[in-house]
Design a protein around this ligand. Structure first.
Ligand SMILES: CC(C)(COP(=O)(O)OP(=O)(O)OC[C@H]1O[C@@H](n2cnc3c(N)ncnc32)[C@H](O)[C@@H]1OP(=O)(O)O)[C@@H](O)C(=O)NCCC(=O)NCCS
Length: 177
């Protein structure tokens, strides 16, 4: 039978465990794994360093995405400042899923869960994400997760030997879910 891949049923975010490190490291070290949108020309770093890190330490957080009980990828977030006061801080989120879990709704649900969690556990009024203008899957996933397209950041990212435009998305605390 052909057609759309089977949608995932359970998506959850959980803390990184020691048993996840080898798989996540292998995915990061594989140049084909995270698509051309992750070609930053930097050596892959081990996820082991993240195990010892407290959540939100240094304005950075990392969680594993689990789909139907299996390790499927990760999400991360970092603080971005739009002014010197704490109220002007937003969260910028990122996501990467293993190839086997893409296109089945997990990216949408994981990013919705992450934004919900950040609004529930911090005072931030804004959760944002940016992605390559050609990364249509991520743009669509963000829109389905309740994010609004805000504009294009021209030549914002140096990747694969060239500058790339990014599309900026955000979800506000006051946006309807
Ligand atoms: C981007 C990513 C997180 C999206 O998660 P996902 O689980 O694959 O996405 P979903 O299945 O929830 O939704 C994808 C949507 O994009 C659509 N889509 C996928 N590829 C597309 C394409 N080339 N053109 C247009 N739409 C596309 C899908 O049809 C789906 O929309 P629909 O449900 O309306 O049909 C995931 O694909 C991934 O990890 N990619 C590699 C890493 C990456 O690009 N991370 C983001 C970097 S900023």
């Amino acid at each position: 039978m052909t057609g759309r891949p089977v949608a995932v049923s359970a998506v959850r975010l959980r803390a990184l465990a020691p048993a996840d490190v080898a798989t996540l490291d292998a995915w990061s070290a594989d140049p084909g794994h995270f698509t051309e949108f992750a070609d930053f020309g930097m050596p892959a770093r081990s996820h082991a360093a993240l195990l010892a890190r407290a959540e939100l330490e240094g304005g950075y957080g990392f969680l594993v995405v689990e789909v139907d009980g299996q390790l499927a990828g990760s999400v991360s977030w970092q603080s971005v400042a739009y002014g010197p006061n704490p109220e002007s801080r937003a969260w910028n989120i990122g996501i990467g899923l293993d190839l086997a879990f893409r296109g089945r709704g997990a990216g949408t649900r994981a990013q919705r869960l992450l934004a919900d969690m950040l609004f529930a556990t911090t005072d931030a009024g804004r959760v944002e994400a940016s992605t390559d203008v050609e990364n249509l899957a991520e743009q669509r996933a963000l829109e389905k997760a309740g994010f609004t397209r805000e504009g294009v950041l021209r030549s914002a990212q140096w990747r694969g030997g060239a500058w790339h435009d990014l599309v900026s998305y955000a979800r506000l605390r006051t946006d309807p879910r």
